[in-house]
Design a protein around this ligand. Structure first.
Ligand code: FAD
Length: 358
Protein backbone atom coordinates (compact mmCIF):
# COMPACT_ATOMS: atom_id res chain seq x y z
CA UNK A 1 0.00 0.00 0.00
CA UNK A 2 1.32 3.47 -0.88
CA UNK A 3 2.15 5.51 2.24
CA UNK A 4 -0.57 8.05 3.02
CA UNK A 5 0.86 11.03 4.90
CA UNK A 6 -2.29 13.15 4.79
CA UNK A 7 -4.21 13.53 8.03
CA UNK A 8 -7.90 13.24 7.15
CA UNK A 9 -10.77 15.03 8.83
CA UNK A 10 -12.52 11.70 9.04
CA UNK A 11 -11.65 8.03 8.55
CA UNK A 12 -14.59 5.66 8.14
CA UNK A 13 -13.90 1.97 8.76
CA UNK A 14 -16.06 -0.49 6.81
CA UNK A 15 -17.48 -0.06 3.33
CA UNK A 16 -21.00 -1.43 3.76
CA UNK A 17 -24.07 0.79 3.29
CA UNK A 18 -23.53 2.50 6.69
CA UNK A 19 -19.88 3.33 6.03
CA UNK A 20 -20.54 4.51 2.48
CA UNK A 21 -23.39 6.80 3.58
CA UNK A 22 -21.37 8.19 6.50
CA UNK A 23 -18.30 8.83 4.33
CA UNK A 24 -20.30 10.28 1.41
CA UNK A 25 -22.36 12.61 3.60
CA UNK A 26 -19.35 13.91 5.57
CA UNK A 27 -17.51 14.60 2.31
CA UNK A 28 -20.62 16.28 0.87
CA UNK A 29 -20.50 18.63 3.87
CA UNK A 30 -16.87 19.50 3.08
CA UNK A 31 -14.80 17.05 5.16
CA UNK A 32 -11.71 15.29 3.76
CA UNK A 33 -12.72 11.68 4.14
CA UNK A 34 -11.10 8.28 3.72
CA UNK A 35 -13.12 5.05 3.65
CA UNK A 36 -11.29 1.82 4.50
CA UNK A 37 -12.68 -1.58 3.49
CA UNK A 38 -10.98 -4.92 4.00
CA UNK A 39 -12.61 -6.63 1.01
CA UNK A 40 -11.49 -5.85 -2.53
CA UNK A 41 -14.99 -4.47 -3.20
CA UNK A 42 -17.55 -2.41 -1.28
CA UNK A 43 -20.95 -3.67 -0.12
CA UNK A 44 -20.49 -7.45 -0.35
CA UNK A 45 -23.34 -8.00 2.10
CA UNK A 46 -25.58 -5.45 0.45
CA UNK A 47 -25.40 -7.50 -2.76
CA UNK A 48 -27.04 -10.52 -1.10
CA UNK A 49 -29.79 -8.55 0.66
CA UNK A 50 -33.44 -9.21 -0.15
CA UNK A 51 -32.43 -12.31 -2.12
CA UNK A 52 -30.25 -10.18 -4.38
CA UNK A 53 -33.02 -7.56 -4.80
CA UNK A 54 -32.32 -5.38 -1.71
CA UNK A 55 -35.35 -4.36 0.30
CA UNK A 56 -34.14 -0.73 0.61
CA UNK A 57 -36.61 0.48 3.24
CA UNK A 58 -40.26 0.34 4.34
CA UNK A 59 -43.03 2.71 3.26
CA UNK A 60 -43.77 3.51 6.92
CA UNK A 61 -43.39 7.25 7.37
CA UNK A 62 -44.48 7.47 10.99
CA UNK A 63 -41.26 7.03 12.97
CA UNK A 64 -43.04 5.82 16.08
CA UNK A 65 -44.90 3.12 14.15
CA UNK A 66 -41.65 2.20 12.40
CA UNK A 67 -39.77 1.56 15.64
CA UNK A 68 -42.72 -0.32 17.17
CA UNK A 69 -42.03 -3.06 14.62
CA UNK A 70 -38.49 -3.46 15.96
CA UNK A 71 -39.47 -4.42 19.48
CA UNK A 72 -38.31 -2.74 22.65
CA UNK A 73 -34.78 -2.05 21.37
CA UNK A 74 -36.13 -0.03 18.45
CA UNK A 75 -36.59 3.16 20.47
CA UNK A 76 -32.95 4.17 20.17
CA UNK A 77 -33.43 4.66 16.43
CA UNK A 78 -35.99 7.45 16.85
CA UNK A 79 -33.52 10.34 16.82
CA UNK A 80 -31.73 9.00 13.72
CA UNK A 81 -35.03 8.34 11.91
CA UNK A 82 -36.27 11.86 12.63
CA UNK A 83 -33.32 13.20 10.59
CA UNK A 84 -33.05 10.51 7.91
CA UNK A 85 -35.96 8.10 7.85
CA UNK A 86 -37.62 6.05 5.10
CA UNK A 87 -38.90 9.17 3.30
CA UNK A 88 -35.40 10.69 3.09
CA UNK A 89 -33.96 7.30 2.08
CA UNK A 90 -36.42 7.00 -0.80
CA UNK A 91 -35.71 10.59 -1.90
CA UNK A 92 -31.95 9.98 -1.68
CA UNK A 93 -32.10 7.01 -4.04
CA UNK A 94 -34.62 8.63 -6.42
CA UNK A 95 -32.60 11.86 -6.59
CA UNK A 96 -29.56 9.77 -7.45
CA UNK A 97 -31.30 8.13 -10.38
CA UNK A 98 -32.64 4.86 -8.94
CA UNK A 99 -36.20 3.92 -9.88
CA UNK A 100 -37.93 2.32 -6.94
CA UNK A 101 -41.19 0.43 -6.37
CA UNK A 102 -43.35 -0.53 -3.42
CA UNK A 103 -44.33 -4.17 -2.90
CA UNK A 104 -46.71 -5.99 -0.56
CA UNK A 105 -46.26 -5.01 3.06
CA UNK A 106 -44.80 -1.60 2.13
CA UNK A 107 -41.44 -3.06 1.15
CA UNK A 108 -39.39 -0.77 -1.11
CA UNK A 109 -37.22 -2.36 -3.84
CA UNK A 110 -35.36 -1.10 -6.91
CA UNK A 111 -37.57 -1.47 -10.04
CA UNK A 112 -34.74 -3.49 -11.62
CA UNK A 113 -34.87 -6.01 -8.70
CA UNK A 114 -31.06 -5.76 -8.52
CA UNK A 115 -29.22 -5.00 -5.28
CA UNK A 116 -26.27 -4.15 -7.53
CA UNK A 117 -28.12 -1.03 -8.74
CA UNK A 118 -28.56 0.11 -5.13
CA UNK A 119 -24.84 -0.36 -4.50
CA UNK A 120 -23.99 1.55 -7.70
CA UNK A 121 -25.93 4.59 -6.45
CA UNK A 122 -23.90 4.51 -3.23
CA UNK A 123 -20.62 4.16 -5.11
CA UNK A 124 -21.50 7.11 -7.35
CA UNK A 125 -22.21 9.13 -4.21
CA UNK A 126 -18.67 8.36 -2.97
CA UNK A 127 -17.12 9.39 -6.28
CA UNK A 128 -19.24 12.54 -6.62
CA UNK A 129 -18.07 13.74 -3.22
CA UNK A 130 -14.44 12.74 -3.78
CA UNK A 131 -14.13 10.32 -0.89
CA UNK A 132 -10.71 8.72 -0.91
CA UNK A 133 -11.01 4.99 -0.50
CA UNK A 134 -8.74 2.12 0.39
CA UNK A 135 -9.85 -1.37 -0.57
CA UNK A 136 -8.35 -4.71 0.47
CA UNK A 137 -6.92 -3.32 3.72
CA UNK A 138 -8.10 -4.57 7.08
CA UNK A 139 -8.02 -2.27 10.07
CA UNK A 140 -6.26 -4.25 12.79
CA UNK A 141 -6.14 -1.76 15.65
CA UNK A 142 -5.84 1.84 16.75
CA UNK A 143 -3.07 4.12 17.99
CA UNK A 144 -4.50 5.87 21.01
CA UNK A 145 -2.80 8.73 22.90
CA UNK A 146 -4.36 10.28 26.00
CA UNK A 147 -7.67 8.56 25.24
CA UNK A 148 -7.77 10.07 21.74
CA UNK A 149 -7.51 7.91 18.63
CA UNK A 150 -4.74 9.29 16.44
CA UNK A 151 -4.66 6.72 13.68
CA UNK A 152 -5.83 3.30 12.61
CA UNK A 153 -3.40 0.48 12.02
CA UNK A 154 -3.69 -1.40 8.77
CA UNK A 155 -1.75 -4.52 7.85
CA UNK A 156 0.11 -2.36 5.34
CA UNK A 157 0.44 0.97 7.18
CA UNK A 158 -1.46 3.57 9.18
CA UNK A 159 -4.11 6.20 8.49
CA UNK A 160 -4.30 9.32 10.64
CA UNK A 161 -7.48 11.34 11.08
CA UNK A 162 -9.14 13.77 13.49
CA UNK A 163 -12.31 11.70 13.73
CA UNK A 164 -13.21 8.04 13.15
CA UNK A 165 -16.49 6.30 12.44
CA UNK A 166 -16.73 2.57 13.02
CA UNK A 167 -19.06 0.89 10.48
CA UNK A 168 -17.75 -2.66 10.54
CA UNK A 169 -21.23 -4.20 10.60
CA UNK A 170 -22.69 -6.93 12.78
CA UNK A 171 -21.80 -10.62 13.09
CA UNK A 172 -24.06 -12.27 10.55
CA UNK A 173 -22.69 -13.79 7.32
CA UNK A 174 -19.00 -13.34 8.27
CA UNK A 175 -18.09 -14.49 4.73
CA UNK A 176 -19.09 -10.98 3.59
CA UNK A 177 -16.47 -9.35 5.82
CA UNK A 178 -18.50 -8.41 8.89
CA UNK A 179 -17.08 -10.58 11.62
CA UNK A 180 -18.10 -8.46 14.60
CA UNK A 181 -14.59 -7.11 15.24
CA UNK A 182 -16.10 -3.65 15.77
CA UNK A 183 -17.78 -4.85 18.98
CA UNK A 184 -14.40 -5.69 20.55
CA UNK A 185 -12.90 -2.33 19.63
CA UNK A 186 -15.91 -0.42 20.89
CA UNK A 187 -15.67 -2.35 24.18
CA UNK A 188 -11.95 -1.64 24.48
CA UNK A 189 -12.69 2.06 24.02
CA UNK A 190 -15.09 2.02 26.96
CA UNK A 191 -18.48 1.35 25.33
CA UNK A 192 -20.83 -1.14 26.95
CA UNK A 193 -21.67 -3.98 24.57
CA UNK A 194 -24.90 -5.93 24.93
CA UNK A 195 -24.24 -9.49 23.78
CA UNK A 196 -25.78 -9.71 20.28
CA UNK A 197 -28.43 -12.40 19.70
CA UNK A 198 -29.24 -13.96 16.33
CA UNK A 199 -32.41 -12.81 14.58
CA UNK A 200 -33.81 -13.37 11.09
CA UNK A 201 -32.42 -16.90 11.00
CA UNK A 202 -33.52 -19.83 8.85
CA UNK A 203 -35.05 -22.67 10.85
CA UNK A 204 -33.64 -26.16 10.86
CA UNK A 205 -35.82 -29.18 11.53
CA UNK A 206 -35.20 -32.86 12.19
CA UNK A 207 -38.44 -33.72 10.32
CA UNK A 208 -36.82 -35.50 7.40
CA UNK A 209 -39.88 -35.11 5.11
CA UNK A 210 -38.76 -31.55 4.32
CA UNK A 211 -36.05 -33.10 2.14
CA UNK A 212 -38.81 -34.37 -0.21
CA UNK A 213 -40.07 -30.84 -0.80
CA UNK A 214 -36.82 -28.85 -0.70
CA UNK A 215 -36.82 -25.91 -3.09
CA UNK A 216 -40.59 -25.47 -2.86
CA UNK A 217 -41.63 -21.85 -2.35
CA UNK A 218 -45.11 -21.40 -0.89
CA UNK A 219 -46.98 -18.12 -1.39
CA UNK A 220 -50.11 -16.88 0.39
CA UNK A 221 -49.83 -19.39 3.21
CA UNK A 222 -49.74 -18.77 6.93
CA UNK A 223 -47.50 -20.08 9.67
CA UNK A 224 -48.43 -20.25 13.35
CA UNK A 225 -46.24 -21.00 16.37
CA UNK A 226 -47.54 -23.11 19.24
CA UNK A 227 -46.12 -23.89 22.64
CA UNK A 228 -48.01 -26.02 25.16
CA UNK A 229 -50.94 -25.99 22.70
CA UNK A 230 -51.15 -22.20 22.82
CA UNK A 231 -50.93 -20.21 19.59
CA UNK A 232 -48.26 -17.60 20.30
CA UNK A 233 -47.45 -15.99 16.95
CA UNK A 234 -48.60 -15.99 13.36
CA UNK A 235 -47.53 -14.67 9.93
CA UNK A 236 -49.14 -14.68 6.49
CA UNK A 237 -47.04 -14.58 3.32
CA UNK A 238 -44.26 -16.53 1.62
CA UNK A 239 -41.93 -19.30 2.85
CA UNK A 240 -39.43 -21.71 1.41
CA UNK A 241 -38.55 -25.36 2.13
CA UNK A 242 -34.78 -25.90 2.01
CA UNK A 243 -32.50 -28.92 2.36
CA UNK A 244 -32.22 -28.22 6.09
CA UNK A 245 -35.66 -26.90 6.98
CA UNK A 246 -37.46 -23.65 6.41
CA UNK A 247 -36.57 -20.19 5.23
CA UNK A 248 -38.15 -17.30 3.33
CA UNK A 249 -39.66 -14.01 4.54
CA UNK A 250 -42.21 -15.16 7.13
CA UNK A 251 -39.90 -17.79 8.64
CA UNK A 252 -37.06 -15.27 9.02
CA UNK A 253 -39.55 -12.86 10.52
CA UNK A 254 -40.73 -15.46 13.06
CA UNK A 255 -37.23 -16.71 13.90
CA UNK A 256 -36.61 -14.30 16.76
CA UNK A 257 -39.80 -15.49 18.45
CA UNK A 258 -38.93 -19.15 17.72
CA UNK A 259 -35.54 -18.60 19.42
CA UNK A 260 -37.23 -17.09 22.49
CA UNK A 261 -39.75 -19.95 22.70
CA UNK A 262 -37.14 -22.68 22.15
CA UNK A 263 -35.25 -21.35 25.15
CA UNK A 264 -38.17 -22.43 27.36
CA UNK A 265 -39.56 -25.53 25.63
CA UNK A 266 -40.71 -27.34 22.52
CA UNK A 267 -42.18 -25.29 19.67
CA UNK A 268 -44.63 -26.63 17.09
CA UNK A 269 -44.85 -24.79 13.79
CA UNK A 270 -48.06 -25.21 11.79
CA UNK A 271 -48.38 -24.33 8.13
CA UNK A 272 -51.86 -23.47 6.88
CA UNK A 273 -51.84 -24.09 3.12
CA UNK A 274 -55.34 -22.62 2.77
CA UNK A 275 -55.45 -19.67 5.17
CA UNK A 276 -57.99 -17.71 3.12
CA UNK A 277 -60.75 -20.31 3.71
CA UNK A 278 -61.96 -21.71 7.00
CA UNK A 279 -62.45 -25.39 7.79
CA UNK A 280 -66.15 -25.46 6.83
CA UNK A 281 -65.75 -23.59 3.54
CA UNK A 282 -62.88 -25.86 2.55
CA UNK A 283 -65.00 -28.89 3.48
CA UNK A 284 -67.82 -27.65 1.21
CA UNK A 285 -65.38 -27.18 -1.65
CA UNK A 286 -63.99 -30.69 -1.20
CA UNK A 287 -67.49 -32.19 -1.03
CA UNK A 288 -68.23 -30.53 -4.39
CA UNK A 289 -64.91 -31.67 -5.92
CA UNK A 290 -65.25 -35.22 -4.59
CA UNK A 291 -68.39 -35.87 -6.59
CA UNK A 292 -66.43 -37.24 -9.55
CA UNK A 293 -64.48 -40.47 -9.88
CA UNK A 294 -60.99 -39.12 -10.51
CA UNK A 295 -58.12 -40.73 -8.58
CA UNK A 296 -57.06 -38.82 -5.44
CA UNK A 297 -53.47 -38.50 -6.76
CA UNK A 298 -54.68 -36.97 -10.04
CA UNK A 299 -56.85 -34.45 -8.20
CA UNK A 300 -54.21 -33.28 -5.69
CA UNK A 301 -52.35 -30.87 -8.05
CA UNK A 302 -55.62 -28.89 -8.27
CA UNK A 303 -55.46 -28.43 -4.52
CA UNK A 304 -51.77 -28.01 -3.64
CA UNK A 305 -48.45 -27.50 -5.48
CA UNK A 306 -47.49 -30.75 -7.26
CA UNK A 307 -44.39 -31.18 -5.07
CA UNK A 308 -46.60 -31.43 -1.97
CA UNK A 309 -48.87 -34.17 -3.34
CA UNK A 310 -46.82 -37.10 -1.97
CA UNK A 311 -46.71 -35.52 1.45
CA UNK A 312 -50.44 -34.89 1.56
CA UNK A 313 -51.07 -38.53 0.60
CA UNK A 314 -48.70 -39.66 3.35
CA UNK A 315 -50.18 -37.50 6.10
CA UNK A 316 -53.84 -37.81 5.15
CA UNK A 317 -53.39 -41.61 4.77
CA UNK A 318 -55.77 -41.56 1.79
CA UNK A 319 -54.69 -44.06 -0.85
CA UNK A 320 -53.41 -42.20 -3.96
CA UNK A 321 -55.51 -44.47 -6.20
CA UNK A 322 -58.71 -44.03 -4.27
CA UNK A 323 -61.57 -42.55 -6.30
CA UNK A 324 -62.61 -39.13 -5.06
CA UNK A 325 -66.26 -40.17 -4.73
CA UNK A 326 -65.34 -43.01 -2.38
CA UNK A 327 -63.35 -40.85 0.08
CA UNK A 328 -65.08 -41.00 3.44
CA UNK A 329 -66.14 -38.08 5.62
CA UNK A 330 -63.42 -39.01 8.17
CA UNK A 331 -60.77 -39.08 5.45
CA UNK A 332 -61.94 -35.69 4.18
CA UNK A 333 -61.74 -34.22 7.70
CA UNK A 334 -58.23 -35.65 8.13
CA UNK A 335 -57.22 -34.16 4.77
CA UNK A 336 -58.48 -30.72 5.82
CA UNK A 337 -56.58 -30.91 9.10
CA UNK A 338 -53.39 -31.68 7.14
CA UNK A 339 -54.00 -28.85 4.64
CA UNK A 340 -54.73 -26.36 7.39
CA UNK A 341 -52.19 -27.60 9.92
CA UNK A 342 -49.06 -29.16 8.46
CA UNK A 343 -46.99 -29.63 11.61
CA UNK A 344 -43.26 -29.37 12.13
CA UNK A 345 -41.64 -30.23 15.43
CA UNK A 346 -38.00 -30.65 16.41
CA UNK A 347 -36.98 -27.15 15.34
CA UNK A 348 -33.62 -25.40 15.76
CA UNK A 349 -32.41 -21.97 14.76
CA UNK A 350 -29.77 -22.20 12.07
CA UNK A 351 -27.32 -19.87 13.75
CA UNK A 352 -24.64 -20.28 11.07
CA UNK A 353 -26.75 -18.15 8.72
CA UNK A 354 -28.46 -15.43 10.71
CA UNK A 355 -29.33 -12.34 8.66
CA UNK A 356 -29.03 -10.17 11.74
CA UNK A 357 -27.69 -10.18 15.25
CA UNK A 358 -29.61 -7.81 17.47
C1 FAD B 1 -29.04 -12.66 3.69
C2 FAD B 1 -29.29 -11.24 4.14
C3 FAD B 1 -30.35 -10.52 3.62
C4 FAD B 1 -30.58 -9.21 4.05
N1 FAD B 1 -31.60 -8.52 3.45
C5 FAD B 1 -31.79 -7.22 3.79
C6 FAD B 1 -32.75 -6.41 3.10
O1 FAD B 1 -33.39 -6.85 2.13
N2 FAD B 1 -32.94 -5.13 3.52
C7 FAD B 1 -32.19 -4.59 4.56
O2 FAD B 1 -32.39 -3.40 4.89
N3 FAD B 1 -31.25 -5.32 5.20
C8 FAD B 1 -31.03 -6.59 4.84
N4 FAD B 1 -30.05 -7.32 5.47
C9 FAD B 1 -29.27 -6.65 6.56
C10 FAD B 1 -28.20 -5.73 5.91
O3 FAD B 1 -27.39 -6.48 5.05
C11 FAD B 1 -27.35 -5.11 6.99
O4 FAD B 1 -28.18 -4.45 7.92
C12 FAD B 1 -26.39 -4.09 6.37
O5 FAD B 1 -25.52 -4.70 5.46
C13 FAD B 1 -25.60 -3.41 7.50
O6 FAD B 1 -24.77 -2.46 6.88
P1 FAD B 1 -23.39 -2.04 7.54
O7 FAD B 1 -22.75 -1.08 6.63
O8 FAD B 1 -23.65 -1.64 8.96
O9 FAD B 1 -22.55 -3.39 7.66
P2 FAD B 1 -22.02 -4.40 6.54
O10 FAD B 1 -22.85 -4.37 5.34
O11 FAD B 1 -21.82 -5.68 7.27
O12 FAD B 1 -20.61 -3.79 6.16
C14 FAD B 1 -19.53 -3.77 7.06
C15 FAD B 1 -18.26 -3.70 6.24
O13 FAD B 1 -17.16 -3.51 7.11
C16 FAD B 1 -16.07 -4.25 6.61
N5 FAD B 1 -15.14 -4.51 7.72
C17 FAD B 1 -15.38 -5.27 8.80
N6 FAD B 1 -14.30 -5.27 9.62
C18 FAD B 1 -13.37 -4.52 8.99
C19 FAD B 1 -12.05 -4.16 9.32
N7 FAD B 1 -11.47 -4.58 10.43
N8 FAD B 1 -11.36 -3.38 8.46
C20 FAD B 1 -11.92 -2.94 7.30
N9 FAD B 1 -13.18 -3.24 6.93
C21 FAD B 1 -13.88 -4.02 7.78
C22 FAD B 1 -16.71 -5.53 6.08
O14 FAD B 1 -15.87 -6.17 5.13
C23 FAD B 1 -17.99 -4.99 5.46
O15 FAD B 1 -17.87 -4.70 4.10
C24 FAD B 1 -29.77 -8.61 5.05
C25 FAD B 1 -28.69 -9.34 5.56
C26 FAD B 1 -28.44 -10.63 5.11
C27 FAD B 1 -27.26 -11.38 5.69
Amino acid sequence: MEKIKEKFDLAVIGGGPAGIMAAGRAAELGARVVLIEKNQVFGKKLLITGNGRCNITQAEFNDKKFVEKLGKNGQFLLSALSVFGPEETIKFFENNGLKIKEERGGRIFPVSDKAEDVLNVLLKYLHKNKVKFILGQEVIGFNVKKRIIESVKLKGGEIAAHRFILCTGGKSYPQTGSTGSGYEWAEKMGHKIINPKPALVPVETMENWVLDVQGLNLKNISVALFQNNKKLDYRFGEMLFTHFGLSGPIILDLSKKIGELLAVGEVVLEIDLKPAIDFLTLDKRLQRDFKNNKNFKNYLPELVPRKLSGLIVRFSKISPDKKLNSITKEERKKLISVLKGLKLRRLYLMIVYPVLYI
